[in-house]
Structure formats: C-alpha cells, structure tokens
Write a protein that binds this ligand. Sequence first.
Ligand code: HQG
Length: 182
Amino acid sequence: MNRKLVRISKFLSLVLRHKPERIGLSLDRGGWAKIDELLLKANQAGLSLHKDLLQRVVDSNDKHRFSFSQDRQGIRANYGHSIPVDLDFAPSKPPEFLFHGTATRFVESIREQGLVPRKRNHVHLSPDHQTAIMVGRRHGKPIVLTIQAGRMYEFGFQFFCSTNGVWLTEKVPAEHLLFPEE
Ligand code: HQG
C-alpha cells in the first residue's frame, strides 16, 4: 500500500473500529457504515475520499482489514473493534495451535492473567508464527506465545475466524498457553 492508502486505512480503522463519533458516523449493530455517509463525513472532516479510492484501500489492504457488504452499500472492519459490534461470525473449530505475538514486557502479567482483550472486544490470534512476530513487534521486543487452541475448543471455548485468517476469542487462560522456553 502506498502512503496515501495507508493514511486512509488508518483513518478507516479509527472510525470503523473505535471512534465513529469522531466524524459523526453511525454504525449499525453489525459494525456496518453506509458508504455514502462515510464518504460525506470523511470529506467534511477534511479527508479527500471517494468511492474508487475506498475500493483501492479495501482491495490492496495487506491484512484484509475491511469488507464491503454484499449489496455494496456498506463497509465495516473485519476485526480489531473496541466498540461493541456483533460481527456475526459463526464459531468454528480452530487449528490445534494458534499464535499470539506480544511484547516481552507483558509476559509476566500474561502468565498471571492469561490473555485478555484489554481495549478490544476480543483477543486476536495469528495462524502462524511469522505473522505473530509482526503483531508483537508493534508493542516492543516481540515474543510469540502458542495457544493450545484445539484443547481449548474441546473445553468449550469459542473461536471465530475473521475474513483474513485472524482468529478471535474472548480470552485465553494461562493454562492453555505455552511460553517459548517451555
Ligand atoms: C497484551 C492488529 C498484559 C497483548 C494486529 C497485546 C492484530 C496483555 C496487548 C490486532 C494481557 C493488546 C490486535 C495481560 C493481553 N497482561 N498484557 N493479561 N493480555 N495483553 O493492539 O493482539 O494492523 O489490542 O498481548 O495485527 O496486539 O490493526 O492487540 O500485546 O491482528 O489491522 O495487550 O490488531 O491489526 O494490544 O493486535 P492490541 P494485538 P491491525
């Protein structure tokens, strides 16, 4: 993604995941914004955004962060929300192991509390080690924890696969985590 597209992607993450009120946008309970309203309000807020550009941001997005609705009238973020939304993903059976990249400074607290969503609605898990390292790097010195997802599933925990392979769950108790030195 070029710089302009990255800037718009960050703006969309802000208003579709966290603060729609920042531009006076309304989202429905599924987290969908009306595209016409988004374009109008983004432009009123000083961002020059039009339909073609929005399409390019959605198509070229490295992590498939956003989706258009089937009727092409709506757009929403696929994961990462802090505002309450009903994403309506069907629970599905996860792979035996999933991964979570975090910063080494959080490890002590994670050993005590397990993984919790903190500001977001879900704990976000990666399908592979490499992706998890990149997620962890956003926070500091990265470390990758392994989640015994298959085992959790058998215990009755629910998992949801977002459209881009990011897995979501409510929490991961410490007994289902493997730390690298173990
Ligand atoms: C940590 C990005 C202390 C957790 C990414 C993480 C992802 C704890 C941080 C998506 C803890 C929260 C989400 C505990 C969890 N004690 N720290 N008990 N439990 N934490 O940003 O997973 O590029 O909310 O390890 O790629 O880093 O925005 O979550 O370090 O897919 O599309 O608390 O966002 O995608 O940080 O990232 P975040 P995340 P985008």
